[in-house]
Design a protein around this ligand. Structure first.
Ligand code: FDA
Length: 403
């Protein structure tokens, strides 16, 4: 029977990073994965360029039933630490907007770097190799795998979330956690497009492909989210960064509140443009919004449009109160999604292993000494923009240093 210090289940972002660091700290490490290739999610991340971290990272950019849990790990392994690692490996990077850092050489270069770190730590890798059971044995564990049973002093669960099952996501980590008595915060798709009932969406479906900046809000109190980013109309609903971000905060049945002209006083702009204007309402509105949206908003088949003047009416003939109501409908649009596009399209899974039963400094189980959970399998979910990888690196580092 193989005998190691640590078995890491899952060779994704968190698992590989933890393996390399633990190996270099002197531990005998085996990392296994059921997929043919390691780190498939890094491979497809950031459109193949891997948004590996963000310049500004703090607990406020993460969702969890226990919001302070991530603080310790994030403070002890920062974006600067990962940037220093990239620089040691001579990997260039560039910043897109909002502090998002991408690898110049693409995702494969990040994966190759993690594998070199594993090699430097003498890490063994078994793959494709599913595990079938984990049980306590003596002072440690026995892990049954497709290549036989392994004995280990510690087990690290790094099996990720449920998103994108076709590239290997499973609930194995959640099941293992339950087996050891852990609670699971109800998993749900996050960073995901939102969908609407076909009949409700019919007036907007023709807008598919239209994008514009928007402010989107939902929720209340600590569960409230608000983002100003681009919003994209799709055939079935809404997507784009603003919607992906807010989807992590959205709960079934709750409304979204959308301002389609953020930062503009649309009511004053419309009323102020009246003086002597023979231009039509639709034409003037299209100066403030994408033309297709302006047309669709005033189209008679859109519910609510009947309350406004028709698009061809000269602006000078529109009543101030109608223009004010039109502006309000665009800047305080409330609508209730009927669901999300699900794990097939979600970038991440919110929820997961309840952090109230983990030690924040080591990610070790409070129920089963020697058992650790890192990365996305844990109930810590970052915003869009490199935060989820930073959590993978930081939680992996905290775990590796504590073992
Ligand atoms: P990860 O999913 O990386 O790894 C889990 C591993 O466990 C996988 O290799 C899987 O095969 C393995 N596994 C699962 N079940 C198993 C079992 N039963 N037996 C053995 N192995 C098993 N984040 C970010 O910060 N910036 C970005 O640019 C992006 N972009 C992005 C794009 C897309 C399309 C997606 C789907 C996701 C992102 N993300 C992202 C999110 C990011 O990819 C994700 O949060 C991290 O990969 C999580 O790292 P983990 O190691 O926890 O899981």
């Amino acid at each position: 029977m193989a005998d190691v210090d640590v078995v890491i289940l899952g060779a994704g972002a968190a698992g590989l990073f933890c393996a390399g660091m633990a190996g270099q700290l002197g531990l005998r490490v085996l990392v296994l994965d059921h997929a043919e290739r390691v780190a498939e999610k890094i491979r497809i991340s950031g459109g193949g360029r891997c948004n590996f971290t963000n310049r500004e990272v703090g607990p406020g950019q993460f969702l969890s039933a226990n919001p302070d849990f991530c603080r310790s790990a994030l403070a002890r392994y920062t974006p600067a630490d990962f940037i220093a690692l990239m620089q040691r490996h001579r990997l260039g990077f560039h910043e897109k907007h909002l502090g998002q850092l991408f690898c110049d050489d693409g995702s494969e270069a990040v994966i190759a770097m993690l594998l070199r770190e594993c090699d430097a730590g003498g890490v063994s890798r078994w793959q494709p190799c599913p595990f079938t059971a984990v049980r306590t044995a003596g002072n440690g564990f026995e892990v049954d795998t497709a290549r036989g049973t392994v004995r280990a002093a510690r087990v690290v669960v790094a099996t990720g979330g449920l998103s994108i099952p076709k590239i290997g996501a499973t609930d194995a980590g959640h099941r293992l956690a339950r087996h050891f008595g852990h609670r699971i915060v109800e998993p749900r798709p996050a960073l995901v497009p939102l969908s609407f009932a076909a009949a409700d969406w019919a007036p907007y479906a023709a807008l598919a492909g239209t994008a514009l900046p928007a402010e989107v809000r939902t929720g209340q109190g600590r569960g409230a989210g608000r983002f100003v980013e681009d919003l994209l109309f799709t055939h079935r609903g809404l997507s784009g960064p603003a919607i992906l971000q807010i989807s992590s905060y959205w709960r079934p049945g709750a409304p979204l509140h959308i301002d389609l002209a953020p930062g503009q006083a649309l009511d004053r702009a419309l009323v102020g443009a009246k003086a002597g204007a023979q231009r039509q309402l639709g034409t003037v509105l299209a100066e403030h919004l994408p033309r297709r949206l302006a047309q669709a908003w005033l189209a008679p088949e859109r519910p609510g449009a009947a309350a406004f003047p028709p698009p061809q009416r000269p602006l000078a003939e529109c009543r101030d109160r109608d223009l004010t109501a039109l502006a309000a409908s665009l800047q305080a649009w409330s609508l209730v999604p009927d669901g999300t596009e699900g794990y097939r399209k979600a970038e991440v899974t919110a929820g997961g292993v309840d952090t109230r039963e983990l030690q924040s400094a080591s990610l070790e189980s409070r129920r089963q000494p020697g058992l650790h959970f890192i990365g996305e399998v844990v109930d810590v979910t970052g915003w869009l923009g490199g935060y989820n990888f930073q959590w993978a690196w930081a939680s992996a580092a905290a775990c590796a240093r504590a073992m």
